[in-house]
Design a protein around this ligand. Structure first.
Ligand SMILES: O=C(CO)COP(=O)(O)O
Length: 245
């Protein structure tokens, strides 16, 4: 499967950071992979202009479940499309923790994203204590079943497995642990979507760097990466992308 490497800039990035996108455009000659950059809302339109006519796609990091309304400070999926986004990250653990987003809320947002024509990157992942209790597969399975709405398919959904304990910590699961979870996600997708479940890309996220990307991409059922910190530096991110070729 063609790999997808997505960068999640989180709450980092000013207009001056857009030079990173120029650097990535130079990489896309062979295009053996898809590249997505998800800057903060404020940079989406400018980022989309910079990425125009290249294979770098732009994504957002959240959207509101409704198409419009009296929701001060929120941004709808339709607005993201209007600004030039094609992807949106939904259900990231930082949204689940700091904004109390439940699986049900995530599912509603995914439906809103699909209605607007966006591809949703749906994040799931266990905490350190859940893994310690031997519940990683159960937790990830529960999140997946409840966060993926009707109408989701391989053409409008990507799954990102991001163990919470690995995000920003430098701790990375073993390849066996990654394969175990990714294969259970694949199985659930096939149960849910039939044959199309085989075509859904499953990304790994959590402390991915240029130095560990090749090993991670070599794991079974790993179809790319969702990269936080290392996506902020073009040379490091380019190293990760090259490992996907
Ligand atoms: O949360 C992440 C991507 O969404 C991962 O972050 P890091 O790559 O910084 O660990």
């Amino acid at each position: 499967m063609r790999k997808l490497v997505a960068g999640n800039w989180k709450m980092y990035g000013l207009a001056s950071s857009l030079a990173e996108i120029e650097a990535l455009k130079g990489l896309t000659g062979e295009a053996a992979y898809d590249i997505v950059v998800c800057p903060p809302f404020t940079l989406i339109e400018k980022a989309a202009e910079r990425a125009k006519d290249s294979t770098v796609a732009i994504g957002a990091q959240d959207c509101h479940p409704q198409i419009s309304g009296a929701h001060t400070g929120d941004v709808s999926a339709e607005m993201l499309v209007d600004a030039g986004a094609r992807f949106v990250i939904l259900g990231h653990s930082e949204r689940r923790v700091f904004h109390h987003e439940t699986d049900a809320v995530v599912a509603t947002k995914v439906t809103a994203a699909h209605t607007a024509g966006l591809t949703a990157i749906i994040c799931v992942g266990e905490t350190r204590s859940e893994r310690g209790d031997g519940k990683a597969i159960e937790v990830v399975g529960g999140q997946l079943r409840a966060s993926v709405p009707a109408g989701a398919s391989s053409s409008n959904m990507v799954i990102a497995y991001e163990p919470v304990w690995s995000i920003g910590t430098g701790l990375v699961p073993t390849i066996e642990q990654i394969e175990e979870i990714h294969s259970s996600i694949r199985q659930m997708l096939e149960e849910r979507l039939g044959e199309d479940g085989r075509n859904v890309r499953i990304l790994y996220g959590g402390s991915v760097k240029a130095s560990n990307a090749a090993d991670i991409f070599g794991a079974a059922n790993v179809d790319g990466a969702l990269v936080g910190g290392a996506s902020l530096k073009a040379t490091e991110f380019a190293g990760i992308i090259s490992a996907a070729a």
